[in-house]
Design a protein around this ligand. Sequence first.
Ligand code: LLP
Length: 430
Amino acid sequence: MISPQHVLSFKSQALCIEKVPVAQLVKRYGSPLYVYSKKALTDSYQALNQAFAGQNVQICYAVKANSNLSLLREFRKLGAGCDLVSYGEWFRAEKAKIPERLRVLSGVAKTKDEFEKLLQRPGAGVGSVHIESVMELELLAALAKSHKNKVSVALRFNPDVDAKTLDKISTGRKKDKFGLTEEEILTVAQRFSKNPWINFAGLSIHIGSQITKLSPYEKAFKLLKSLCSKVEMVLGRPLEYVDLGGGIGIQYQHEVPIDLIKYAALVKKYFSNYSKVLIEPGRSLIANAGFLVSTVVCSKVRGEHGTLILDAGMNDLMRPALYGAFHQIWTGKKPRQLTVARPWDVVGGICESTDLFARARPLSVAGKAGEIVVFLSAGAYGFSMSNSYNTRPRVAEVLVDGKESVLIRKRETLDDLMEHELTSNFLKSR
Ligand code: LLP
């Protein structure tokens, strides 16, 4: 698995992403700015894919991690399918031309309206729909019947396993809102086994995110395998596939990620009898291929205490404010030897005290306006969770490939932000 600094280097003191100096990117595209490395994205994908060499494992990239169309196209070229959680993400997969058979549709709140749109396509425009509740299956079965459109489904199993990750990103415990229990799965498998509009193709799990131990996976795989046998007994035939979800953790700071070869061996140990196994990694493919570049607006130094105020805020990168997540911060210029790093509280300009990227972080900056800092490991759940709070347009996104860079999402404008707001005659007359 690649490290946060996989494509970073200093050339004549200037920090470069691949071969492009970050300062040059800021000059050309402005700040703040999300920057992705094609090399890091490709290396991440290939490391995972190669770990599964010789196994029938299909990587379905979890689009929610970063849904930029250019990046989706890169993943498609590498052979990825995709895990989608809304009609919106399905629409992106369509635009990025990811083959329908390689799309799975998850999501706990798929609506009638979304299903109606999808059912315009044979098989609902996906390889399989991952069912999250009994009511959802009832709804889909009724709609598939009325559209005379047979749909393949997998039931998402909630194995009640603690993924030993951050509480806020755990999904596989009974108390979490995701998936069906074993009892529910066996009941609906029985109820719908003869339904002509539903093809029970498989079972899926996803127990959480940023998982750095193999043991929760092993626990969940064991339970899933045993449930597969029970469901197969009910159906009187083998299932077509299992989907093992995503969740592979990465190095942000000192974390030691799981060994991908060992992970692949675990998959083989439990599921080698299936001709198709899907996995849904998001973070591990894109987090360390992305950077948030930001510029110092001003600073305040009061005795020992320094506050570094950036042009990026929690609206651009929510993870520290939302989960207390750690991101390494590098400076745009290599600190001269003997420069003493002083601790800074690194903050954005949003009117919230949680707009705090790091507390007392040692950084070799002077606190002068215009100094550049770079947040590492920001490719996953960075831009995709960003928003325009405080009427701050979302930032631009750029893809770097060797010495080249290309804009892959324009910086939003204030007009973009206000485009949907209306002044009705009713209000005008007041
Ligand atoms: N499959 C399903 C059904 C999921 O819910 C998720 C992530 C994934 C796959 C991909 O998981 P990954 O490989 O990226 O761990 N915003 C949080 C992470 C939320 C993850 C939500 N589900 C964060 O910034 O840490």
